[in-house]
Design a protein around this ligand. Structure first.
Ligand SMILES: [Zn+2]
Length: 92
């Protein structure tokens, strides 16, 4: 179980770094949220990243990263976690 957890963390970090240039923000609960300087006042981006923290609180560490990582492998646009946070961007 511990090895699986370490593998998930390593793979998530690698994928995050590989995608860094395309991204304006990254949420890695419970560690940090990074938002590109020119997007730090963007309400939609903030809502999107807060949504990932909410998913983390709801699912817990292992379930969240396991699902997040496996969904990323199938493509960012098809990820149900991402879809949920795109919807959260539009909420008031
Ligand atoms: Zn996202």
């Amino acid at each position: 179980m511990k090895q699986v957890l370490i593998l998930i963390i390593i793979m998530t970090i690698i994928m995050t770094i590989l995608n860094l240039r395309k991204k304006v923000a990254i949420a890695m609960p419970p560690f940090f949220t990074w938002i590109r300087k020119d997007y730090r006042n963007n309400t939609e981006v903030i809502r999107h990243e807060e949504c990932h923290w909410e998913q983390y609180r709801r699912m817990g560490f292992i379930k969240f990263y396991k699902q997040y990582f496996s969904e990323q492998l199938n493509g960012y646009a098809n990820s149900s976690l991402e879809k949920e946070c795109y919807e959260a961007e539009m909420k008031n």
